[in-house]
Design a protein around this ligand. Structure first.
Ligand code: CMP
Length: 139
């Protein structure tokens, strides 16, 4: 019978292109964590320790009081501070009970080093987020 953690990872779009061997490796790198409504999972300006992929629930993203968007099942966040080592660019708050797959900095780096398709997906989303962050900024 398929490993339930591998089955779970297969259902997440970010990991959809991975084969079972890659998913088996990723399953050794992740934890499943529940968060209550109102919990800040990332705090703007704070240091970044983890990368999150949402399994269920909704989070709101805010920066300098401006609402940047909402993240739901299948979305991920927390990649920016883990990639560049800088502070969190936004505050991400659970607006419902949430279940997430969580990777520490080291686990996140292990996974993207092992899988170019995941790294490219993260970069594509990063590009979109950069454009949202630049709205209203002088160019
Ligand atoms: P990081 O800066 O590590 O912590 C805050 C996270 O919010 C950030 O990574 C992104 O994952 C996420 N984020 C930043 N900007 C946006 C945006 N415009 N839309 C959605 N998520 C964002």
């Amino acid at each position: 019978m398929a490993d339930p953690r591998v089955k779970l990872l297969k259902s997440i779009p970010l990991f959809a292109a991975c084969d079972d061997k890659q998913l088996a490796f990723i399953s050794t790198q992740v934890d499943e964590v529940d968060f209550d409504t109102g919990r800040d999972l990332c705090r703007e300006g704070g240091s970044g320790g983890e990368f999150f992929v949402i399994l269920s629930g909704t989070a709101e993203v805010r920066r300098q009081g401006r609402r940047l968007g909402e993240l739901t099942a299948g979305d991920f966040f927390g990649e920016i501070a883990l990639l560049d080592g800088g502070p969190r660019t936004a505050t991400v708050t659970a607006v419902s009970p949430m279940k997430c797959v969580v990777l520490s900095r080291g686990q996140f780096h292990n996974v993207i080093r092992q899988n170019a398709l995941i790294a490219v997906s993260v970069l594509e989303t990063l590009g979109e987020r950069l454009r949202t962050l630049l709205v209203g900024q002088p160019t």
